[in-house]
Write a protein of this length. Structure first.
Length: 288
């Protein structure tokens, strides 16, 4: 239950306390750290006072964070999910990457990137034994002038049809649905995979509980991740989304659970039935 809204004049004046805490960081010799901690204290105090937070509510918040910390493992980082589902990851991404004109939009990294994926030749099928709708990707990396970028190193990762990344599946033998490609002189690289499907972010922890408690869902729109590094260029972390896929639009809280979709990253994957570009036999439908 909620306590009755305290009359404004009955709320104690806590400005001196807030000021004292803010000033306690004045001795910090790193000016950026001083600024961030001072404002963090001021922002948290203002939030606490504005909402007339009760001891039980604050304890609940601390329990939530403690629980989040305890379920953190190599392949499960609850605080990333908290940042993602509160939209903070997307705000940080926008601040860092929305000021460069004429580039493909960036997107958030997510919790399932693994540094140094296995190098793969152009045309490799990265899906291993996983089944799904075969997908042929033919991608050209260009610079801001539209010129192809040779020797760009491109890490690709995605989930399988059931919505699991390889690192979530304990019985897998090595990396699957992730690889590192290097672009040719024409800036291109190609690979086979399977069409990504919508899937829930891990929802068996406190973040999942939060989502269900407020009537949100844990689903991400179908996507493939890319990290592109090229000499003389800024790295680009991005994702491509499947046009027509689930959770691309809808009311707030009903679309992509981590606020990760940007319109220019929604990509046509066109249904094909004829011969494949590399003569690979594919039964029935595939997408390009
Ligand atoms: C994902 O697969 C992901 O890409 C993000 C951003 C968050 C949770 C799971
Ligand atoms: Fe993802």
């Amino acid at each position: 239950g909620h306590r009755p809204q305290a009359a404004a004049e009955s709320v104690p004046d806590l400005r001196a306390l807030t000021d004292e805490v803010a000033a306690s960081f004045d001795g910090c010799t790193n000016p950026r750290l001083r600024q961030l901690l001072t404002d963090l204290a001021r922002t948290l105090h203002a939030y606490t006072i504005r909402n007339d937070l009760t001891p039980n509510e604050w304890q609940r918040a601390i329990d939530f964070l403690t629980e989040a910390g305890h379920i953190t493992t190599d392949t499960r980082q609850e605080f990333i999910l908290l940042s993602d589902t509160l939209g903070v990851s997307s705000v940080v991404d926008a601040l860092a990457n929305s000021r460069t004109p004429d580039t493909t939009s960036s997107a958030i990294l997510g919790p399932f990137y693994v540094a140094g994926p296995p190098a793969a030749e152009h045309g490799t099928d990265i899906a291993g034994d996983f089944t799904g709708t075969p997908m042929w990707a033919d991608i050209t990396v260009t610079d801001q002038d539209g010129k192809p970028v040779a020797d760009a190193v491109v890490d690709v990762w995605q989930s399988n049809e059931d919505g699991f990344y390889d690192v979530q599946l304990p019985d897998l033998d090595g990396p699957v649905l992730r690889a590192r490609f290097t672009t040719g002189a024409d800036g291109r690289f190609t690979f086979w995979s399977i069409l990504p499907s919508a899937y829930p972010i891990p929802d068996d922890g406190p973040v999942g509980k939060m989502l269900y408690t407020v009537g949100r869902h844990p689903y991400r729109a179908p996507h493939v991740h890319f990290l592109i590094n090229a000499p003389g260029h800024q790295p680009l972390i991005t994702q491509l989304f499947v046009r027509g896929g689930a959770y691309l639009d809808g009311a707030p809280g009903q679309r992509d659970a981590v606020f990760g979709v940007k319109d220019d990253l929604i990509t046509d994957f066109v249904r094909q039935t004829g011969p494949t570009p590399d003569g690979r036999p594919v039964d029935g439908e595939w997408r390009q």
